[in-house]
Design a protein. Structure first.
Length: 212
């Protein structure tokens, strides 16, 4: 549970960096920001609302009972996003193009690291990440394809809502899956060593097919 929460807060920090970079966010985060701007409520609040919708969609696609624990993950993520945005809004406001690029690049890498960390715990994935797993299994493809496919769908919706779409969004679509795919085995090895050293069985092998 400790590494799960740590991973979520790392993920939400990365999301906040991409938002503050003003170069465009991931399609899903652009959707959340667009909803926040046009409808109201905070970005974190829409994270939770969209999670509820996606949980229902995932249940239909996977023909299983809704994974209500995904709401817990989305709730923690939503709190993390709002918290980091509040803390960074006056501290991290890049104005020059290269500082925006650095800010976005850090955010993109941190998002991949955070996502890989919390997914390795095999505890209640964020619904959009569970959707990635479902699409990967249904299409029998790799992580890059499933992640990119889902990102493209959210990209269209975010464009309709005038979300923060930019060069960063395109980079996220193209590189997000690759970065996540890179960090998954690394975080798996690190957590295995930590948990083995502490005498706790990670049980990764048993649930490996359910991880990105």
């Amino acid at each position: 549970m400790f590494f799960f929460v740590i991973g979520i807060f790392i993920l939400s920090l990365g999301i906040s960096f991409t938002i503050q970079s003003d170069l465009g966010t991931s399609p899903f985060d652009a959707l959340l920001v667009g909803l926040s701007t046009n409808v109201g409520l905070t970005v974190g609040s829409w994270e939770i609302i969209m999670a509820l919708i996606l949980i229902c969609c995932n249940s239909l696609l996977n023909r299983q009972r809704p994974e209500v624990l995904g709401l817990l993950t989305a709730f923690i993520t939503g709190i993390g996003i709002d918290m980091w945005l509040f803390l960074l809004q006056d501290v991290l406001t890049p104005e020059l193009w290269y500082s925006k690029v650095v800010c976005f690049g850090i955010g993109l890498i941190v998002v991949g690291l955070g996502t890989a960390t919390y997914l390795q715990t095999n505890f209640a994935p964020i619904p959009v990440d569970r959707l990635t797993i479902i699409v990967q299994e249904l299409t029998r493809t790799n992580l890059f394809f499933s992640r990119t496919f889902i990102y493209l769908i959210f990209l269209v919706i975010a464009l309709i809502l005038n979300g923060p779409i930019g060069i960063g969004t395109l980079l996220t679509v193209g590189l997000g899956g690759l970065i996540l795919n890179y960090f998954m085995p690394l975080t798996g090895k690190v957590l295995d060593r930590i948990l083995t050293h502490s005498g706790t069985s990670p049980n990764h092998d048993k649930d490996k097919k359910h991880s990105i």
